[in-house]
Ligand binder design. Structure first.
Ligand SMILES: Nc1ncnc2c1ncn2[C@@H]1O[C@H](COP(=O)(O)OP(=O)(O)O)[C@@H](O)[C@H]1O
Ligand SMILES: [Mg+2]
Length: 387
C-alpha cells in the first residue's frame, strides 16, 4: 500500500476518482490503466485493491455481501468532496434510494435513479423491451401461469446467487421470470444516453452450489456470434440506451435460444467483464466510461478474437471448505487477493482466477486446473499455520 508520509496532499485531495462497490478491485485496476488515481471503498480491502488504489477504505457490510448505506455516507463525507467523480460498481441496483442520495451530494459518473428504474425494475424493463420489439422472457410479480417454468429472482440482485426455479415469488423485492433454454452470453457496451456502442461479447458460466444453481462462475471472451444475431443485438442496444437513457459502460446478459436470442438482464454499470476486456487492443475502458457519460462514443469495431490475439477468462473461486488465508505469495494469475490471516467460510468467494487461451474451452480448462492447484496449496498452508 502506498505511504502518504511524504505527500503534502491527503488521499482525498490527490485522488482523481472515487470508486465504490461490493468488490471494487476490477474498477481499481481500470482506474490504474486509465491513468487515474483512485480512492477505493469496498467490502473486501483485498491486497491487490490496496496496491492499485491511492487509498482503500473498508466499508461495513450488512448481511452476507451488502454495503451498509449509513457507513457509506459517512465514509464518503470524510473521503470525497462534491467535485470528485464517483463511479459505482456492483451493489447498488437493489437500492436506488441510496444512489439517489449519493447523486444529490456527489458527482456520480454513471447512471442515476431514472435509468436504474428502467433497467432494474423487472416489470418496467419488460414493458420497455416489449414496446421496442426486443425479445425477452416474460416476467410476473407473484405467480407463474400454469405450464410455464419460471425462475425466481431478486430485484436488483447480482452474482446469480438469488436465481432459483420457483413458480411463486416470495413477495416484495422478488419476481418471476420465464425460464429459457440456451447459452448465456454477455454484451459489453457503452451508452451516451441516445446511442450504444457494442464493444464485445463474452461467454458466461455458472458455478452452481447446493442452494444456488445459477451462482456466477466466470466469463471469457471475446467470442463471436452469428453476424445477423450480432447486428440485431447491436440495434436493440441502441434502442434500449435511447429509451432508458443509459450512459457509460454497461452490459446486457443474453440467452442464445435455438436460432434466436433473448435479453434477460441489463447491468447499467461497469462489471465483471472489465477483467476480460480492459486490455489491449481496447483503450482504457474507464476512460471510455467517462467520455460516454459526457456524450462521446468511440469509433470502435466489435472486438474479435483475432484482434484481441487471445481469449481471456476470469473465474470466481468459491471456498470448498472454510480455511484461513496463509499462502504467501499467491500465483500471479490470482486477483482479489485476501490479506493474510483472512478467515474464509465454505461457499464464500476466495479470489478471482485469470487465464488466457485460444478459445473459451481452453480458458475454462486452465481455470479449472489452476483452481485445483491453488486449493491444494491454500489448504496445505492453512493446515501448516494451524499446527
Ligand atoms: N430467464 C432465464 N432462463 C434461463 N436461465 C436464466 C434466466 N435468467 C437467468 N438465468 C441464468 O442465471 C444466471 C444469472 O441470471 P441474471 O439475471 O444475469 O442474474 P445476476 O443479475 O445475478 O447476474 C444467468 O447467467 C443464466 O445462466
Ligand atoms: Mg447477470
Amino acid at each position: 500500500m502506498p505511504s502518504f508520509s511524504h505527500d503534502p496532499l491527503s488521499p482525498k485531495d490527490a485522488a482523481d476518482v472515487v470508486i465504490v462497490g461490493v468488490a471494487a478491485r476490477g474498477l481499481a485496476a481500470a482506474a490504474r490503466r486509465a491513468g487515474l488515481r483512485a480512492l477505493v471503498l469496498d467490502l473486501f480491502g483485498d491486497d491487490d485493491t490496496r496496491e492499485l488504489a491511492l487509498a482503500a477504505i473498508p466499508l461495513r457490510r450488512i448481511g452476507a455481501f451488502a454495503i451498509d448505506p449509513a457507513d457509506l455516507y459517512e465514509q464518503l463525507a470524510i473521503h470525497a468532496g462534491p467535485d470528485i467523480p464517483v463511479v459505482l460498481g456492483t451493489g447498488f441496483e437493489h437500492q436506488p434510494e441510496v444512489v439517489e442520495r449519493l447523486a444529490a451530494r456527489f458527482r456520480l459518473v454513471g447512471n442515476g435513479p431514472p435509468t436504474l428504474a428502467w433497467t432494474k425494475e423487472p416489470l418496467m424493463l419488460a414493458r420497455l423491451l416489449h414496446n421496442l420489439g426486443i425479445p425477452h422472457p416474460q416476467v410476473f410479480a407473484d405467480h407463474a401461469p400454469a405450464g410455464m417454468r419460471t425462475l425466481e429472482k431478486r430485484i436488483g440482485g447480482s452474482g446469480g446467487w438469488h436465481v432459483k426455479p420457483a413458480s411463486e415469488s416470495r413477495g416484495w423485492g422478488w419476481y418471476l421470470q420465464e425460464e429459457l433454454q440456451g447459452r448465456t452470453v454477455s454484451a459489453l457496451f457503452l451508452g451516451n444516453g441516445h446511442k450504444a456502442r457494442l464493444l464485445a461479447f463474452s461467454e458466461q458460466w455458472c458455478e452452481p452450489s447446493e442452494d444456488a444453481p445459477y451462482r456466477y462462475g466466470g466469463a471469457a471472451g471475446p467470442i463471436r456470434l452469428d453476424p445477423s444475431i450480432e447486428a440485431s443485438i447491436a440495434s436493440a442496444l441502441d434502442a434500449v440506451v435511447n429509451a432508458a437513457g443509459i450512459v457509460g459502460l454497461a452490459s446486457a446478459d443474453l440467452m442464445l435460444t435455438g436460432d434466436g436470442w433473448s435479453l434477460i438482464e441489463i447491468n447499467p454499470r461497469p462489471g465483471a467483464s472489465l477483467d476480460v476486456f480492459d486490455h489491449e487492443p481496447l483503450p482504457p475502458l474507464l476512460r471510455l466510461h467517462f467520455e460516454a457519460c459526457r456524450g462521446e462514443l468511440p469509433d470502435l469495431a466489435l472486438l474479435t478474437p483475432e484482434a484481441a490475439g487471445m481469449v481471456r477468462g476470469a473465474g470466481v473461486f468459491y471456498a470448498p471448505f472454510s480455511f484461513e488465508m496463509r499462502l504467501d505469495p499467491l500465483p500471479d494469475w490470482v486477483a482479489d487477493r485476501p490479506p493474510q490471516g483472512t478467515r474464509i467460510e465454505t461457499g464464500e468467494p476466495i479470489c478471482t482466477l485469470f487465464a488466457a487461451g485460444r478459445d473459451v474451452r481452453e480458458v475454462r480448462d486452465t481455470l479449472a486446473r489452476r483452481r485445483d492447484q491453488l486449493w491444494r496449496d491454500l489448504s496445505m498452508a492453512s493446515r501448516k499455520a494451524a499446527e
